[in-house]
Design a protein around this ligand. Structure first.
Ligand SMILES: CC(C)(COP(=O)(O)OP(=O)(O)OC[C@H]1O[C@@H](n2cnc3c(N)ncnc32)[C@H](O)[C@@H]1OP(=O)(O)O)[C@@H](O)C(=O)NCCC(=O)NCCS
Length: 180
């Protein structure tokens, strides 16, 4: 059994190596965002298929939400691009966000990855890119996550975020840059 597992891991690693590393970058401009806006809505809906209680389900509402995310801070709306040059995931963060409890923070609002591209490290790379960018401008970074979203929560905890509050089914998490 151990051998089979090891073999499986090697095969998975080989398969992953065969895939080109996806590019992560913000939209070049508003025109590019508008070009892909509908596709982003599809990815969002697919990503939240099994977590619907934490997501908008109405298409118009999703499009408005995407606008709010993008126009709130276009520089920090990072997109993962497939080998074919299509978005397969994104993360949106707003710098200089005013939090009632903490004052100025970076706020990581949303992250989704197309289910077809999951488990390849796309989410982790998007997250690290956004947090690094936030920390350049804000010593504190927060996010809100659904309490039943165990996969995302585990990832945030591994990246040093800790729970600092709750509101209904939502958990507020914080990471503070270490002061050296
Ligand atoms: C959360 C999400 C963005 C992660 O995307 P992803 O590209 O699959 O993430 P990664 O491949 O980078 O994996 C992230 C972590 O989850 C782990 N993971 C991968 N596949 C997993 C699975 N099937 N079950 C549990 N954990 C898994 C990985 O080990 C990884 O941990 P690591 O960073 O320590 O290596 C994606 O699952 C998603 O779109 N979820 C729905 C929307 C959502 O919940 N967004 C967050 C809202 S706060």
């Amino acid at each position: 059994m151990g051998v089979t597992r090891t073999q499986e891991k090697l095969e998975t690693a080989a398969a992953d190596e065969g895939k080109a590393e996806l590019q992560i970058r913000p939209f070049a401009d508003e025109t590019e965002f508008l070009k892909w806006r509908d596709r982003l809505a599809e990815i969002y809906q697919a990503a939240y298929q099994n977590l619907r209680e934490y997501a908008y389900t109405d298409r118009d509402r999703i499009l408005k939400y995407l606008d709010w995310l993008y126009y709130g801070d276009p520089r920090h709306f990072f997109v993962a691009w497939s080998e074919d040059g299509e978005p397969v995931g994104f993360i949106s963060a707003h710098t200089g966000w005013h939090d009632e409890q903490l004052g100025q923070v970076g706020n990581v609002h949303e992250m989704v990855v197309d289910p077809a591209y999951r488990g390849r490290g796309v989410g982790r790379r998007l997250f690290e890119t956004a947090v690094r960018a936030m920390e350049k401008e804000n010593p504190r970074v927060i996010l809100w996550v659904g309490e039943g979203n165990t996969r995302a929560r585990a990832m945030y905890e591994r990246h040093g975020f800790r729970e600092i509050g709750r509101q209904g089914k939502w958990i507020k998490m914080l990471r503070e840059s270490s002061v050296d």
